[in-house]
Design a protein around this ligand. Structure first.
Ligand code: 5GP
Ligand code: ZN
Length: 115
């Protein structure tokens, strides 16, 4: 999507602090971090939200969960201490950028329940 900031980050049209990248996924530091480590992991292709994932995205979704999230956690040295993955979806979920993204938060103890 031409006006999507995360598409622009994925295509390098917009700057970001990249911590991981492959053919289909890119991970970069959140502009306004909510924890000492706050990374956004996104598919490079535009998908509005979890609601729009479909059967053709199964490989991509499992790649993010099985490969990318554990690797980024290891690279940031928060795999042992722990971290939180958040996928805000839709208005009630608090989603503000309509390009699917996985927040990875770590480096401090999280509270529960979230607000
Ligand atoms: P959401 O509220 O949709 O779950 O999360 C969007 C996240 O994107 C927010 O944490 C916000 O700080 C981050 N964000 C918004 N615009 C930019 C940007 O241009 N660059 C980066 N690195 N993060 C952004
Ligand atoms: Zn996009």
């Amino acid at each position: 999507m031409s006006d999507c900031i995360f598409c622009k980050i994925a295509s390098k049209e917009a700057k970001s602090n990249v911590v991981y990248e492959d053919d289909t996924v890119i991970a970069f530091r959140d502009l306004d971090p909510k924890a000492p480590e706050h990374i956004l992991i996104i598919p490079k292709k535009h998908i509005d939200s979890l609601n729009e994932l479909d059967n053709s995205d199964k490989e991509l979704a499992s790649h993010i969960l099985v490969d990318v999230i554990p690797k980024v956690a290891r690279d940031l040295s928060i795999d042992k201490s722990g971290f939180r993955i958040v996928v805000n979806t839709g208005d009630d979920g608090g989603q503000t950028v309509n390009h699917l993204h996985f927040h990875m938060l770590g480096g401090r103890t999280m509270t529960w329940p979230p607000g």
